[in-house]
Design a protein around this ligand. Structure first.
Ligand code: ASP
Length: 440
């Protein structure tokens, strides 16, 4: 069984629905189909989910939302008309409109984008419609109830010929709709793939998988053919979006591969996300480069710091008490740096430094801002000599000053701290330091 999830741009209008039908019917194994809500058709267009959030917002302030709702109505009615469907779309939309005006919850309102798209797609594909509220179960605190969801999915979906299950939401035990975070249809697809024990989870979108570097920085970067779960975590955590961060976890234990594919170019192979113990050798040394700007380094110096019991605990507790997440902590014998993103810091820097002075009694505390972090990720680096020397030589040749270096013990990535202004230049320098065969 294959679970196929189609993103918002893959279902943005009737033309896209036609492409989806051709893809689904081409392979009878594609038996569980997970749609997002209609996305943008062009740059200035709106996502239906955004419009639904807007309707909820207006309605909760007792303001008219008809004008916005009409945009939603036009989108769905247009699709049904173009595809000549008998879906009772007017009735479905009227009910949603009424629910919003009666004060339905924010999650309920947002979920209707996927719900309605699912109803339409099920009719168009002549498939069963299974409401996600019946199979995706949340507990009372709003967290996914994995055990109950697993049971419901297996019971309801294992035997289906072909079913459409809307993405992005589920329900708690009382039937209240709960959504995942934005982009959460990816998570739904993953949960369903796990529940039915699918052999593959296809994630259809508008790009042919992941690229080795940001195309806004590197011209025509190569696509990533295969990436392991762990490599992807390193890359996505550093800011290479395509798949929802949480989408890996449900299928990881069973080792179900995810294939990112392009609805508009279905002949492209896209990217396979595979198990960490994937036995095929990596075709290149570098799988990908990703990074983010705007970090601050708080550097703490204290002679014989390593000999002082509890020093690290005290330092870390200052950040914890101020609700600031630590990104990294590179250290040397008498100093330690704490790296935090500026977003986390959010105006708390002087308070943090003051508290470090009080609790840790250091010789010196200083902060440097405007730092970027760049991750060079690749399972091919393991046991390959000379990778870091090439990375650093490339940076040296381009006159880039390295502020921090850290390599995980798994040898899966090298993390480099540089000035914000050197970020793009560094990505290009490292990318170009490895030839086509080595990065592909
Ligand atoms: N429609 C939702 C969003 O825009 C969920 C999704 O597309 O996965 O975030």
């Amino acid at each position: 069984m294959v679970v196929a999830k189609f993103g918002g741009s893959s279902l943005a209008d009737s033309q896209q629905f036609r492409k989806v039908k051709a893809i689904v019917t081409e392979n009878p194994d594609r038996r569980i189909i997970v749609p997002s809500a209609p996305g943008k058709r062009h740059g200035k267009d709106h996502k239906v989910t955004d419009l639904l959030y807007m309707c909820h917002q207006l309605s909760s302030h007792d303001l008219h939302f008809d004008e916005v709702f009409q945009l939603i109505r036009d989108r769905y009615e247009g699709i049904c008309k173009d595809l000549d469907l008998e879906t009772p779309i007017g009735e479905i939309l009227d009910k949603v409109r009424e629910d919003i005006s009666k004060g339905a919850s924010r999650d309920y309102c947002a979920s209707r984008g996927e719900y309605i798209n699912g109803r339409i797609l099920a009719d168009y594909l002549e498939s069963d419609f299974v409401d996600a509220a019946q199979v995706i179960r949340f507990d009372r605190r709003g967290a996914l109830d994995e055990a109950e969801t697993g049971r419901l999915v297996k019971e309801r979906l294992s035997e289906v010929q072909r079913a459409v299950v809307p993405g992005f939401y589920g329900a708690d035990g009382d039937g209240n709709i709960v959504t995942f975070s934005r982009g959460g249809s990816d998570v739904t697809g993953s949960i369903l793939a796990d529940g039915v024990g699918a052999k593959l989870y296809e994630n259809w979108t508008d790009v042919s998988g992941f690229l080795k570097a940001d195309p806004k920085i590197v011209k025509d970067p190569l696509p990533i053919r295969e990436v392991t779960y762990k490599e992807l975590r390193e890359l996505s955590y550093m800011g290479a979006p395509v798949l929802h961060e949480e989408a890996i976890f449900p299928i990881k234990s069973k080792g179900i591969p995810i294939q990112i594919r392009n609805t508009n170019i279905p002949e492209d192979q896209g990217t396979f996300i595979v198990n960490d113990d994937w036995s095929e050798p990596s075709p290149g040394i570098i799988t990908g480069l990703a990074g983010k700007k705007d970090f601050t380094v708080i550097s703490v110096e204290k002679t014989r710091m390593t000999g002082e019991k509890g020093f690290l605990r005290k330092l870390v507790s200052v950040f914890e008490a101020n609700d600031v997440t630590i990104e990294h902590m590179p250290s040397s014998i008498d100093s330690i740096s704490v790296i935090v993103s500026d977003k986390e810091l959010n105006g708390k820097l002087s308070k943090l430094m003051e508290e470090i002075r009080i609790y840790c009694n250091p010789d010196n505390v200083a902060a440097y801002s405007k730092m970027a972090l760049l991750a060079v990720v690749g399972r091919g680096m393991i046991n390959t000599k000379g990778v870091s020397s090439r990375v650093f030589t490339a940076l040296y040749k381009d006159d880039i000053n390295i502020r921090m270096i850290s390599q995980g013990s798994s040898e899966l990535n090298i993390l480099i701290g540089i000035e914000n202004d050197d970020f793009e230049k560094s990505v290009r320098a490292i990318y170009n330091a490895f030839n086509e065969r080595e990065v592909s």
